[in-house]
Write a protein that binds this ligand. Structure first.
Ligand code: 5GP
Length: 192
């Protein structure tokens, strides 16, 4: 998606060779008009697919998931909450997720009442790196008995292994910007 790639080029900050900072328009200050276009793009990519629920994980996924939901007929958005404890209380689906940015294990939880076997779920997240966050969310969808339509990612770093291994397992992933390589010196190279 050219609009997103252009924005990454102008306002993204590469830290080392692994982390892209996009606080200026995605992770902290949020460009809602851009998010709206991203939602429309995911809708086009998943044209013809019925989606009854969008699932994401707090915190950065929530805003883009809400704008995607608008494009998918205002379907509900459910977000997995992160908790530090493994003693999760109540009737919830849970999964352990290693956080790429914070380098800690989180338990992510979704109350069972918000995902039903009849649901058709699209997972939305801001970044795809090693695939830990997506794997956690996918396992929650599977446990619920709902159907996974696919995943919509804003920025995939294809030099990290998550996307390739999940696609090999048959998971559909549509990423709006795919970064093949990046460094502080040479900048950002997108996939063609
Ligand atoms: P994964 O679980 O695929 O290894 O990493 C994805 C999660 O880590 C995303 O939910 C995102 O919050 C965070 N993340 C991964 N890479 C980056 C990055 O380069 N920049 C930022 N801001 N977040 C990232």
């Amino acid at each position: 998606m050219k609009l997103l790639e252009d924005r990454i080029k102008s306002d993204g900050v590469v830290i080392g060779t692994e982390i892209l900072k996009v606080g200026a328009f995605l992770n902290q200050q949020m460009d809602v008009a851009l998010f709206r276009e991203m939602g429309r793009e995911w809708r086009k990519l998943y044209d013809g697919e019925t989606v009854t629920k969008i699932l994401t994980v707090e915190a950065s996924g929530i805003a883009i998931a809400c704008m995607a939901a608008e494009a998918f007929g205002d379907c509900p958005v459910v977000f997995a909450k992160k908790t530090k404890t493994r003693n999760v209380a109540g009737d919830v689906y849970s999964a352990s997720v290693y956080s790429f940015t914070h380098m800690v294990m989180n338990e992510v939880i979704v109350p069972k009442e918000y995902l039903q076997p009849g649901d058709r779920v699209l997972i939305i997240d801001d970044f795809l790196a090693n695939g830990e966050a997506l794997r956690g969310l996918i396992s929650i969808v599977k446990e619920s008995g709902a159907a996974l339509v696919g995943c919509g990612i804003a920025i995939e770093k294809t030099f990290q292994p998550g996307g390739a291994s999940l696609r090999e397992e048959g998971i559909r992933i549509e990423s709006l910007a795919k970064i093949r390589a990046m460094s502080e010196d040479t900048g950002i190279v997108f996939e063609k």
